[in-house]
Design a protein around this ligand. Sequence first.
Ligand SMILES: [Fe+2]
Length: 479
Amino acid sequence: MKRSRSISPAVAILVAEALAFVVVLASLPGQTFAGKTSAFVRKDEKAVDMPLDSDVFRVPPGYNAPQQVHITQGDCDGLAVIVSWVTPDEPGSSLVLYGTSENDLILSANGKVEQYRYYNYTSGYIHHCTIRNLKYDTVYYYAVGVDQTLRKFWFTTPPEVGPDVPYTFGLIGDLGQSFDSNNTLTHYELNPRKGKTVLFVGDLSYADNYLNHDNVRWDTWGRFIERCAAYQPWIWTAGNHEIDFAPDIGETEPFKPYKHRFHVPYTASGSTAALWYSIKRASAYIIVLSSYSAYGKYTPQFKWLEAELPKVNRSQTPWLIVLMHSPWYNSYNYHYMEGETMRVMYEPWFVNYKVDVVFAGHVHAYERSERISNVAYNIVNGQCSPVPDQSAPVYITIGDGGNQEGLATNMTEPQPNYSAFREASFGHAIFDIKNRTHAYYSWHRNEDGYAVEADKMWFTNRFWHPTEESSAYVMHSLH
Ligand SMILES: [Fe+2]
C-alpha cells in the first residue's frame, strides 16, 4: 500500500508565503521587469466586413463625382501635400483648387491621372496632385471635381520643423473595413486628444481576402477612410495585404493596387521606391520601412537606410520614429519572429542612432515593449536574449485596427521580460509630443469611452533626456 504524499499545514503555509513574496518582488518597480498582460477580456466576436451598401461606403452624388479623397505629406518638411482621389466614370479634371479662404480658392495645381487593371477589374481614374509652397501652421481649403460635383475639404499644415514644436500623431494599423474598423476610426476621430496626422503602420483594405483580390474593396476602403484622410494626412506604410501578388490569376507585380492608389513623397528623401522613405513633421523625423521588400545588405532599402540615419539631426527633429509592418518584438503566437531577419539587419543601427519608438502592426492586438535590445548574439556566443537597453527604442505593436481576420488572442506564456503591456483588443494610439524631452503616449481600446486610456506612458527623448522609463515605474506612478 502506497503512502499518500501529503504535506503538513505548516509547510503549506511556508510555501504559500514564499510564493507570495516572489509575486510581490516581481511586481515591485525598479530593476526587474514586470510585464503586464491586461485583465481586460474583450467579448470574442468575429470581425465582419461591412456590406457594400453600408453608409460609410456611400458614393458621393453626381456624375463622376470625386471619391476616395485622401491626403498625405508631399515633401520632406511639410510644405507640400499630395491630394489623391478617384473619378469613376471618366478622367475629368486633375486640378486642385485651394486657398486659405474657404470661399475664395485662388490657387490651383494640376495633377496627373492614372488607371490600372487587376485581373478582371479596371480601376477608376486615380488622380494625384501635389500642392507645394504652402505656409506652415495654416488652414487650407481645397476642392476637387468640376461644376456641380465640386467637393470641398480642408487641412492644416504642420508648424515649422523645430526641436520644441508640440505635435500629436494618431496611430492606426491593420484597419480593414469591418464594423470594428469603423469603431476604431470613430474612436480616433472622437478622441479628445485626437492626432493631427495619422501614422498608419500597414495593411489597409484587406481586399486581397476576397475572391481574385476583388479590388472593389479597395474602392470601398478609400470611401470609408475619406471622412478622416481627406482632412488630415495619413502617412502610409505597406503591409503584407498590400502585396497583392497572385500569379495564379496572372498578377505578378507586387504592390500594384497600393502603389497606384497611395502616392508618398519618397523621392524627396532620396529613396528609389515608394515603399521606404522619410519625412520630417514638426519635431519628429519619421522613417517608414518595408517589411516586404528586400532589406539585406547591399539592397536598395539597406543602402538608403544606411545613408538616411546619419542625416537625422536631433537638434532639429528630436523625435526619431520608425514605422514598419511586421514587429520585431511580439509575444503573441501570431506572426511570431516574422520580423526577425529584419531585426538582425537593422537593430544595431536603431540602438546606435537612438530611435525613440518603433511602431508596427501585423499582429492583430496591442503590445508595448520595454526598452530592450538583442544585438550581442553572434552565432557562437549564445547571447541570444533581449536585454534592457536605454539606447533602444520602445517597440509598439498597434495592429489592432479591427480588420475582418479578427483578434490575435493567443499569447506566449509566461509573458516574456521584454513585453511591458499586452492586450488583445481593437483600438488606436496617440503619440503626443510636448517638447524635445517629453512625449505622452496613450492607447485607447474601442470598448471604452473616447477619453479613456487603457495604456499610457511618458516617453523621454533618447537624445535629449534619456531617463529610464520602466513600465513598472510608469504603471505605478501614473495611476
Ligand atoms: Fe499584416
